[in-house]
Design a protein around this ligand. Structure first.
Ligand code: FMN
Length: 325
């Protein structure tokens, strides 16, 4: 299946694995790229640019296919060494970067001069138009359903994607709620050039996370996520658990006076304990509503092959029959 996204990134299938904190290590990125999608290493999960350089080398040893690095610009008190991370990406010969969290304009000249294609993750049409106007090569449009940070507009993908298609000239992928061949065909029908998945890729054999995390996703339904940190305008969709209930109690009782410091216990530094230690109640962790569509833990290749076979069957059989005269 050829789309503007497969052409832009030189990949076989229009399927991207979005950056995920403490999930997007070389093992997962390489597995996705080897299966014909685009795997992405999560830059900031590597604590220093040197560690990111090592992770890029590890990934290159596992795949000869294109892979990318996610650079998330966070509202952090002490900013990470972004110039160092950008250098590690360029020196490591990575040609695709997924930016997220904030306007990437400052970093575009260095990246694009080095031949790096930039796909910016956006949760609104206005942010996607901004990304296009500053010269991003593509956009990843994340609807309200998505795991992680859906922004503050709450527009689901059935509206957001056709709106993006109406406005954007650059290629874009649908992100948030994508799980299977039906998602891919729907994304294409709504005007996207492919799809990006987060939560679905965690429940795979190769995702280097504790089995408890994979099992929690399989057990969850579409009713089991919650939105946290809305009062801080840093909304995150997470899987409900004891820590999330505690966090939401604090949000209710403190109201508008809530500060980030009040919820440090539930959100700060919890990812390694959850993703590697399997302590499922250690804190709030991103998870999409799409958990309700995830019922197994296949290998990445089985998952991607299944998605493509299902998509081709829907287009070539079900839809073809419907439109036959
Ligand atoms: C556990 C987890 C961690 C994530 N971490 C990041 C991150 O560090 N940076 C980022 O840009 N997106 C992050 N995301 C968002 C994903 O890249 C992707 O946009 C999102 O998961 C898509 O929605 P879906 O989960 O419904 O597929 C994360 C998502 C999950 C589930």
């Amino acid at each position: 299946m050829k789309t503007r996204i497969t052409e832009l990134f030189g990949i076989e299938h229009p399927i991207i694995q979005g950056g995920m904190h403490y999930v997007g290590f070389a093992e997962l990125a390489a597995a996705v790229s080897n299966a014909g999608g685009l795997g992405i290493i999560t830059g900031l999960t590597q604590r220093t640019p040197e560690l990111l350089a090592d992770e890029i080398r590890r990934c290159r040893a596992m795949t000869d296919q294109p892979f990318g690095v996610n650079l998330t610009f966070l509202p952090a008190l002490a900013a990470p060494d972004y110039p160092g991370y950008v250098r590690a990406i360029i020196d490591g010969g990575v040609k695709i970067v997924e930016t997220a969290g904030n306007n990437p304009q400052k970093w575009l000249p260095a990246l694009q001069d080095a031949g790096v294609k930039v796909i910016h993750k956006c949760t609104s049409v206005r942010h996607a138009l901004k990304a296009q106007s500053i010269g991003c090569d593509a956009a990843s449009v994340d609807g309200f359903e998505c795991g992680g940070h859906p922004g503050e507009d709450d527009v689901p993908n059935f509206i957001l994607l056709p709106r993006a298609a109406d406005e954007l000239a650059i290629p874009f992928v649908a992100s948030g709620g994508m799980a299977d061949g039906r998602s891919l065909v729907a994304a294409l029908a709504l005007g996207a050039d492919g799809m990006n998945m987060g939560t679905r890729f965690i429940a795979t054999q190769e995702a280097p996370v504790h089995d408890n995390v994979k099992r929690a996703i399989v057990a969850a339904t579409e009713l089991d996520t919650r939105l946290v940190m809305r009062p801080l305008r840093n909304t995150e969709r997470v899987l409900n658990n004891a820590a999330v209930e505690r966090l939401l109690d604090k949000e209710r009782s403190l109201g508008a006076s809530l500060k980030f410091e009040d919820i440090l216990g539930e959100v700060a530094g919890v990812y390694p304990r959850i993703m590697q230690g399997g302590e499922m109640d250690a804190g709030a962790w991103s998870c999409g509503m799409v958990a309700g569509l995830i019922h197994d833990i296949p290998s990445v290749k089985q998952l991607i092959d299944r998605i493509m076979a299902e998509a081709h069957a829907i287009i070539g059989e079900r839809l073809a029959k419907l439109s036959a005269r």
